[in-house]
Design a protein around this ligand. Structure first.
Ligand SMILES: C[S@@+](CC[C@H](N)C(=O)[O-])C[C@H]1O[C@@H](n2cnc3c(N)ncnc32)[C@H](O)[C@@H]1O
Length: 277
């Protein structure tokens, strides 16, 4: 893996990103499907009263969902600004009581927490994609702090789905920066160099993430792409969004399609649900 983990860079990146992160999951049909799928797995695996560590929570899209499910949440993020926004959002939504504490911290070092102290861990939206060769260490930390039988839910950037989704831009980048730069990203999944445009991360293949998970004391309960049908045609998405019956059906189709073995790699992210053994 060529992505060099730079915690200070990430902190600055997400501090500057601010509330753009909040709008990421509502800006179009594709984003709404991604939200729906991530939320679906929380609904399935987080029970009322669970004490949950949410890693890389950002401004709180899923913190609010966890609160609605009756969880008691410890919010952890590398970015002080994202933590501030998260706290503000919980306050605006009268959900401050659901959060035990906001912790500035790093997914690769959860030493502030004891072994097995959480009922569940949620790490949605890519912290694992940012830590380069420290991804196994981060996973080991997540499975250390969750109790036996507890679910660990995570999502990472997906190489195949992202490449397919952004093919028109990739062609442009090849002309702008040279074919070698683009070729290296598509071969390795490491989004680095000029083509990364300051967003350095590793995009995973499902086989690669699954291999990392097999090294942990866990079983994989579910895996899903975060969007399959909606990555095709924005005009069709728009029509679906404007027709409630069609939209409801589309969400159900996505749920089914995205979890098929042939589709898990095909979304912009890969969602994995595991249970600690
Ligand atoms: C793409 S946002 C995801 C936010 C939210 N979980 C979601 O899915 O909507 C990634 C978040 O992870 C945080 N993050 C990135 N790297 C991290 C790390 N190494 N440790 C902890 N948090 C990290 C960022 O600051 C940011 O808030």
């Amino acid at each position: 893996m060529e992505v060099q983990y730079d915690a200070e860079y990430l902190k600055r990146y997400y501090d500057a990103y601010g509330m753009k992160e909040w709008y990421r999951l509502e800006r179009n049909a594709e984003a709404k499907v991604s939200f729906f799928l991530h939320q679906h797995y929380l609904l399935q695996h987080i029970q009322r009263g669970y004490r949950v560590l949410e890693i890389g929570a950002g401004p709180g899209r899923f913190t609010l969902e966890l609160a609605a499910l009756g969880a008691k949440i410890v919010v952890l993020d590398i970015s002080p600004e994202q933590l501030r926004l998260n706290k503000r959002k919980m306050e605006q939504e009268a959900q401050l009581h659901a959060v035990e504490q906001w912790v500035e911290g790093d997914v690769t070092d959860l030493s502030a927490f004891s072994a097995a102290e959480f009922d569940a861990v949620v790490c949605y939206g890519g912290p694992l994609s940012y830590v380069g060769a420290a991804a196994p260490k981060a996973l080991t930390e997540m499975f250390r702090v969750v109790r036996a039988d507890g679910p660990v839910l995570l999502s990472v950037m997906s190489l195949l789905g992202t490449t397919r989704r952004y093919m028109p831009s990739i062609v442009e980048l090849a002309f702008q920066y040279g074919l070698d730069q683009v070729d290296r990203v598509t071969r390795t999944g490491d989004l680095i160099g000029a083509v990364a445009q300051n967003h350095h991360c590793h995009m995973f293949r499902w086989a690669e993430l699954r291999q990392l998970l097999t090294q942990q004391p866990c079983e994989i309960i579910a895996a899903s792409a975060s969007g399959f049908l909606v990555l095709q045609d924005p005009d069709a998405n728009q029509i679906a969004e404007n027709n409630l019956d069609l939209w409801e059906k589309l969400l159900q189709w996505e749920l089914f399609y995205c979890s098929q073995p042939g589709a898990i790699d095909c979304g912009t992210h890969i969602i994995a649900v595991t249970r600690k053994l």
